[in-house]
Ligand binder design. Sequence first.
Ligand code: CMC
Length: 431
Amino acid sequence: MDKNKKSARLTIGDENYELPLFTPTAGPEVIDIRKLYSRAGVFTYDPGFTSTAACDSTITFIDGSKGELLHRGYPIDQLASKSHFLEVCSLLIDGKLPNHEELKAFKGTITRHTMLHEQMVNFFRGFRRDAHPMAIMVGVVGAMSAFYHDSTDINDERQREIASHRLIAKMPTIAAWAYKYSIGQPFIYPRNDLDYAANFIHMCFAVPAEEYVVDPILRRAMDRILILHADHEQNASTSTVRLASSSGANPFACIAAGIACLWGPAHGGANQACLEMLKHIGHVERIPEFINRAKDKNDPFRLMGFGHRVYKNFDPRALVMKQSADEVLDLLGIEDNPLLQIAKELESIALQDDYFVKKKLFPNVDFYSGIILEAMGFPTSMFTPIFALSRTVGWISQWKEMIADPQNKIGRPRQLYLGETERDYVDIKYR
Ligand code: CMC
């Protein structure tokens, strides 16, 4: 081993093993255990990946104790206040802020891919009329591989690029149509004269019978929601996309897998679950009852929108989202929203409660996003689809990074087996 390189020493019985130690540009050092099994014959055990770096990446960095989130080095609060979603998409995918020409070209490409293949309408119509929009999104995005054969070869860089553009461009149309279908309204086609956020709002709320003008307040709020959810390092859905694509699966199938993972209430589904919880609490007087339930080990109830695996002081996205919620409600003239009152009271009680303080549990991004989305007129069932729409660019950036990496290997974790050892089959009459 190179003497100048750092290493970690592992002792198992009488044997010592030197393991390389990598120093990242930011974050904790990483022990390279790739050769551990072949050299020492042991596995490491880390369910939930609490201490495992599954890949190297240059896209997003989170410092959980400082409450820091950087995309390609740029702090999330600066991006949320100074940038806009398509510029952030370009940054995440290409690794640098685009200049005028590059941004114009990127916007043009995304804008001109917003329509869906017309036969995809039949796919939507195959769902039950009351299907959850997330169920429709998982199905329709997976089905894109049946419509766009010319962008499924992952070994062709140009095809990968086209697939990326198609996914970012078409996801608002898919999410909006999933919503329209679930409420029985006609699909509204994309409009290329509107920007990304405004076009999405228009496709959700316009009807063919009358003109619908997108409110600039709502457009800005939506754009900010999209920026705040754009990427988040190796979270569950991103890791799902990476694992799915490690087998060589096509990009549409991989993103569909990511959408499925995001749906769970511990991840992207928390925004819907949080708003439903606020409605269920119903009145500020009932908050202590729910705080006690959240603290009770024998009760599976958790305060939705609270806690995070990585952030242990505050969620920087939640700070921006909270400001945005105040702004939007103020501008829309909804200051005395009862849900907002419950949310504010719940937040202040929980932030002072010993249980939540000791366990470092505080509101995450999903605590506030639902309040804004509800104020904008979205039903709770659309909260997670909007998260999926925003996160698509993060999934794609991570997917592209992974495919281009020569070290890319199929993901194949091992296990700590605790089942029966070999035993003989017993005929049914003797059992
Ligand atoms: N309410 C009450 N107790 C909680 C909560 C909560 N929301 N979250 C964690 N705890 C407790 C938990 O019971 C455990 O206690 P103990 O050590 O006594 O067993 C301790 O805190 C640590 O919890 P954990 O489940 O081991 O932590 P984790 O890192 O595995 O889970 C989490 C992180 C986000 C899944 C979890 O905090 C949670 O379920 N929160 C509610 C769902 C939610 O808001 N999810 C959105 C996350 S942000 C958006 C995204 O990135 O998807």
